[in-house]
Structure formats: C-alpha cells, structure tokens
Design a binder for this molecule. Structure first.
Ligand code: NOJ
Ligand code: CA
Length: 718
C-alpha cells in the first residue's frame, strides 16, 4: 500500500513537472508558476523567493440547461454548458516579452513604461473538443492574467455561470475593504485583518439609492498589507473590464483565500460570450513599499491603446459647479414645487417656482463670472433640465429627456455668455439609473451639446438600473457605459460619470471617459460624512483604476454656516482640501465650494487656481494607506512642481525633501500650511501661507493638523 502511494505520488509529481511553467518578471524579483494538477489549472506567485500567492485555481463554470429561463437556448450551445475548469491538458506554451514606453493623453507622468514577460498557455479540453488560453503577464510591479476564448466550433457562444479565479494568500493580512456590492462602492472603507471581515460584516449601511450587498465578498481594488517581517503591500484588482461583468472577491476568511464573484444580470447569468473573446485581466500589484503600489501603472499597461482617430478634444479641465449648494440642501435641482409631474410635457405656466432653483440665469452668470475671473476652464450646471419633479425614488423608465431646459435657464444666452468669458459649460445628464432612456436620447442630447458648445458631460446613475434586474456592474451596464463613451467620442465630448462602475484603466482605450466618481466622494460629507482617513485610502483603492471626480476644494467645512445648528461638517482642514488636488490624480478637477466661500480666502484659493491637473512627472514621497500620503508632481510642459501631503485623524510631522527638483536651480516655494491651532473639528479654517526659496538640496519640515495637510507650489524664481 505504502509503495503504491509513493509511486502514485511520483506519477502526480511527474505530471506536475511536465505541466509546470514558470515566468519571471523583467527584474527577476517576481516568479509565477503555472501548473495543471489532475487537469485543473493552478498558478502561484513569489516575490524574492517568498510565496505571496499560494497555489490558486483557475477556471470558469458555464450555465447549463435548466439553470435559467431560456434553457432551450443553452441546450443548443456547443458543449452544453460544460465547465471550463477541469479536464485540461496543456497543448502549447508561448513566451513573449515587451519593453516599450507610451505617452498617455493625460496622466501622472509624460510616459509610462510597459515592461513585462508573458506566458500564454493553451489548455485543451479533449472531451469537449475545445480549448482556451490563459495568459500571464509579469511586470516589475506585479502580475496580470486573463482567459482568452479563441473562436472555434465547440466554443462559439457560451454563458458564464461564474468565474472562479482564486487568489490564495499564505497568511492573514490587514485589509482596507468595502463590502461586496453589485451596485455601489460609495461606502466608508473598513480596516481590519481578513480574518476579522466576517465578524465586521455590516448589517446596515448609510443610505445609498441602490445597493445589493454580497455576503462575505469585498470589492476591488482591494488593498492589503502584511506587517512585520517580510512586509508586503498587495493590491488586487482588475483591468480592462469590457463586455464582461465587474467582479467582487468572495473571501474564505479562514484560509485567506479569494475567489472572483461576477455581477449577475436579472436572469442570474454572469456573461454572454461570443468567441473570439477575452476576460478582463485579474491583477496583483505587490511591493514591500506602499509608495510603489501608488506608482504602479500596471492596470493602464494592461489596457489597449485607443483606436480613436482624433483625441485633440480631450484635455485637462479645472471646473467649478452649480452643485454643492444643492448637495447641502441650500438650493434645489427642481424648478417648481410640484411632485410627480412629468414637467417635460407640461405647461410651465401652471407650475409654481420653488424659489430655490439654482440653475437660473442670474446665478449661473455669477458663477461664470467668478470661474472666468479665476482662470477656470468650465462650469458644471446641474438641475438645468426638466425631470427633477418627476423623480421621487420610484423606478421609472422615462424621467429625463436631456434636452429640455427649465424656463429660467436660457441655454443659448448662458453658453454665449460663458464663451465670451472663456468658460465652457459642463452638461449634466442625470439618468436616474435608466440607462435605456439615456441611450434613447443620447444622440439628441449630444447634438444639443454640440449646438451650444458644451465640451463635457457629467453623467449620473442614481438608483436601480433600468433595464430592471441589471446592476451597475453587470455586463450589459458595463457595455452601456462604453457605448456612451464611444458615442460621446463621435460628438467629441468628454465624459465624467458618477455612480458608474469603478474604472479599470479604461481611460487608455476610451480616453474621453476622463474621470468617474465610483466611490464615496465629497458629497458624502453632506450625507453622513467621510472618515478623516478616507482620502489617505482612496488613492490605494479606487484611484488604482483611474481618475476620480472626488470634487475637492470645500473651504466652508462646517455646514452650520448655512443652517444654524446643523452638525454636518467636512472632516478635514481647509488646507487638506488644497492638498487633495495633488494627492488625488484626476485630469478633471473641481473646485466644489461656492464662490462666496472662495472670495473670503482668496490667498488660499490661489493654490487651486495655480495647481496643474495634468503632469509630466509624479513622485510618491511617502505613503501609508489609512495614515498619510505625500506626493510631488511636475506640471505638464512647465517647470513647476506641486507638493501635497495629507494625514488621517492624527496630526503628524513630515519633512519634504526637494531632491526631486533639478540640480542647481532656485525655485520659489509658496507653502500653504495648517495654522498652528488648526484642527479639523475645532479650527478647520486656520492656515498660514509663506514663501521660501528652495533648491534640490532643501528640506522643509511640515506640521499637519489632525485630518490636515499642506500644499506647496514650486515655481522658478524670477
Ligand atoms: C449623485 C452625484 O454623485 C452627484 O454629484 C449629483 O449631483 C447627484 N447624483 C444628482 O445627479
Ligand atoms: Ca454619487
């Protein structure tokens, strides 16, 4: 018996060795091993000889006859829903590598380096006469892998029941996590060990118009840390989610093991795939240094270059908005006091104006004047169009038509006025979650924008998605966002989407989809608050996939200024708001506060006026998720640097080392610092501004208040 076991073991080992392939990163630090064990594909990942991902299974299960309503369709499919996770033999392996640089249209650096070694393994499922390819790319900052489904007779069209890609960690790790959800990532981040996630599982969440929690799953990008000896930061995410559902990660908290969990549609199906097709990349960025996770461009490298013929209309945009006053409840989007009125087809004269409609000719002109006087590019105006009286949280397909202005918003006059002052209005398309309705109107809406000279649209998907049963992250809805981006490109329009799926590096392929919200933004400071560590986490999570329209810049942080007795407040100092323009990368940045609040602090506002939003270079000076981030960036095409540092609820000291500056040159640094008595609760508006001459040898000690920061502009001395 014993002998039998040993020879059986040798047999298994022998087949492992035969089937095993390994791949190293260009710098040799990472090693990935692929193998088939009894016909099932596995991979692992090592960093400098230490396992950071243990043997983890790969594969997909397909829908079978009887699984969903239209079973008869599946019945006719080749392979009849046989799973793609077993019975494989390896029939080919192909190694490749690439080392190139490419220039993003807008980005954190002028050029990104795309340097990797690749292994593509062809796996044959002889029993069903079909094959798939698993492709691995190993970079100096981590691993990406995906499934490829070549066109073939017995794998022509199939429906995914689940993708079961595992990421099995060897130990417990500290995690910055959001509960899994098919519809929203507008949650506060939780910080705990993975083993504690089930106990900390939320039983309720602060309100969100649409949420569908997935028990014991967490969202991506997920940030992890192994503390102590062999310190390691790991970021798990995905890249290039196209024609495929976005994934959450199911957690086995006893074994520290994740498995992909795709977003279903209303039928429970998770993807309708016509070959040839590829899955999104599953990504594992890893480094002993948190700064290197922030600096990684792997997700963008795993996206394809754009096919757009003309990208000249895509440009950095700094904007203000008729917005925050509605968010805090001072003004309204709606024009009249009516409820449940489909105002688009109603005679306005029958409606009583509510007197709080912000998107009116007089106010919009005032905002234009202020934005223009301070060098902004654009002004967002929300509540300009009819429909808001018709939207009371009910699921209704046709709420907005995106083309009918309210009677007090003169679309021609206001655009002409804005253009005469070098400002473009930013369109607002709140879809009320009705993606079908938006697709119906999109051509009319974009034509209207072209007619009046709008360059960008902020879209929004508040509420449950229509078609009913779809989720914000399901395959259909993901394709909807992409259809809108492509259509907007036909009209040379930039898109900034809210409540859409989190980005997965798609700004490379769809560069006019310049930013998205897709996380808990500044608006939540008015809806229940963001924790003081929130902004020190987001760059490690949400921003890993691309720019976020966080909407920073609130100077009047305490809302009792507007409503006596109101206890709501933005949980940062004023100066931390300035630092966010540097720490949070987006080529589209808002100055979200009201002009009257900036007017009171024009000296501090100068930083927002000066700061660039598109960059030649970025240096992450120091960072720790949940604690602090210090970033320096060089403005695109200019000899100017901007430095920003932020902290969580703890005050901290940090010495800015200016060695990033070129040698032998003098610069004038304007330093915006928390006042000595600044504190995000007691004294958020205390700040000081001073100047210093700096060179690349300078070191500048900074003191950050609780939930405070600093911002520095660095320009050549005159
Ligand atoms: C939620 C968006 O995040 C916010 O920016 C917008 O003002 C409202 N929806 C209304 O569309
Ligand atoms: Ca939102």
């Amino acid at each position: 018996m014993k002998n039998f076991t040993i020879s059986a073991l040798f047999l298994v080992m022998g087949s492992c060795i035969l089937n095993a392939q390994s791949l190293k990163s260009p710098d040799g630090k990472f090693e990935m091993n692929f193998q088939l064990k009894a016909g099932v594909p596995y991979y692992d990942l090592k960093y400098q000889g230490k396992t950071i991902v243990e043997d983890s299974k790969l594969g997909l299960r397909l829908l079978k006859d009887g699984d969903i309503k239209f079973a008869s369709e599946i019945e006719t499919l080749a392979g009849k829903g046989k799973d793609l996770d077993n019975g494989f033999t390896k029939t080919a392996e192909k190694y490749d590598s690439k080392n190139e640089t490419w220039d993003p249209i807008m980005g954190e650096k002028k050029s990104y380096i795309n340097h990797y070694n690749e292994l593509a393994v062809t796996l044959d499922q002889a029993s069903n006469d079909r094959h798939i390819i698993v492709k691995f790319r190993l970079f100096n900052d981590g691993l990406g892998f995906r499934y490829e489904f070549p066109e073939q007779k017995n794998l022509n069209y199939f429906i995914i029941k689940e993708e079961d890609s595992e990421i099995d960690l060897p130990t417990d790790m500290k995690a910055w996590w959001l509960a899994g959800d098919y519809d929203t990532q507008e949650y506060q981040t939780q910080t705990s060990n993975l083993s504690e996630v089930p106990a900390k599982w939320p039983t309720s969440y602060d309100g969100n118009a649409s949420q569908t929690l997935i028990k014991n799953a967490v969202q991506m990008p997920l940030m992890l840390k192994k503390e102590g000896k062999d310190q390691m930061y790991i970021n798990i995410s995905e890249a290039a989610v196209i024609n495929y559902a976005a994934a959450n990660l199911e957690l086995d908290a006893t074994n520290f093991k994740f498995k992909t969990h795709l977003t279903p549609d209303g039928q429970g199906a998770k993807g309708y795939i016509q070959t040839p097709a590829v899955s999104p990349w599953r990504t594992i960025i890893a480094s002993p240094k948190a700064e290197e996770v922030l600096a990684s461009k792997m997700i963008f490298n795993l996206n394809e270059p754009t096919q757009y013929k003309d990208t000249s209309y895509i440009k950095p945009t700094k904007y203000m908005g008729v917005w925050w006053e509605m968010i805090i409840g001072k003004s309204q989007w709606a024009y009249s006091t009516a409820n449940n009125v489909h105002i688009g087809i109603t005679d306005f004269s029958k409606l009583t104006p509510n007197g709080k409609h912000a998107a009116n000719n007089i106010k919009v002109k005032e905002y234009i004047d202020f934005a223009s006087a301070n060098g902004f590019d654009a002004l967002l105006v929300e509540g300009w169009n009819t429909g808001w009286e018709d939207w009371f949280g009910h699921s209704k397909e046709f709420v907005f038509d995106f083309i009918t202005p309210y009677p007090d918003f003169d679309i021609k006059m206001l655009n002409d006025y804005a253009h005469s002052k070098n400002i473009k209005l930013m369109m607002h398309h709140e879809t009320s979650g009705s993606a079908t309705n938006y697709e119906r109107w999109a051509d009319y809406a974009f034509k209207l924008m072209n007619k009046y000279g709008y360059e960008s649209a902020k879209t929004g998907y508040v509420g449950n998605i229509i078609p009913r049963g779809e989720h914000h992250y399901s395959q259909w809805t993901i394709n909807h966002y992409l259809r809108i981006a492509e259509k907007a490109n036909d009209y040379k329009i930039m898109i900034n989407s809210h409540e859409s799926v989190r980005p997965t590096g798609l700004s490379r392929t769809y560069p006019n989809w310049v930013a998205a919200e897709a996380a808990r933004g500044t608006e939540f400071e008015a809806f229940g608050g963001n924790n003081p560590d929130h902004q020190t986490i987001l760059p490690f999570t949400r921003f890993i996939g691309g720019p976020m329209d966080y909407t920073p810049g609130i100077f009047q942080t305490k809302l009792d200024y507007y409503f006596p007795g109101d206890t709501r407040f933005v949980k940062t100092t004023l100066v931390k708001q300035l630092a966010l323009y540097v720490v949070m990368y987006s080529p589209l940045q808002m100055a979200a506060d009201l002009p009257e609040n900036y007017a009171k602090h024009m000296d501090a506002f100068q930083f927002i006026k000066d700061v660039a939003v598109d960059w030649d270079d970025t240096k992450i000076l120091s960072a720790e998720p949940g604690d602090y981030i210090h970033t320096a960036r060089k403005a695109k095409g200019k000899d100017e640097w901007y430095v920003g540092g932020i902290t969580d609820e703890n005050s901290r000291n940090f010495t800015v080392d200016f060695s990033f500056l070129p040698k032998g040159k003098k610069y004038e640094a304007t330093i915006y610092a928390d006042g000595d008595d600044a504190d995000y609760i007691k004294n958020p508006q205390s700040y000081k501004i001073y100047k210093k001459t700096v060179t690349n040898k300078s070191k500048l000690p900074m003191k950050l208040a609780r939930s405070g920061g600093y911002a520095i502009s660095v320009k050549p001395t005159k």
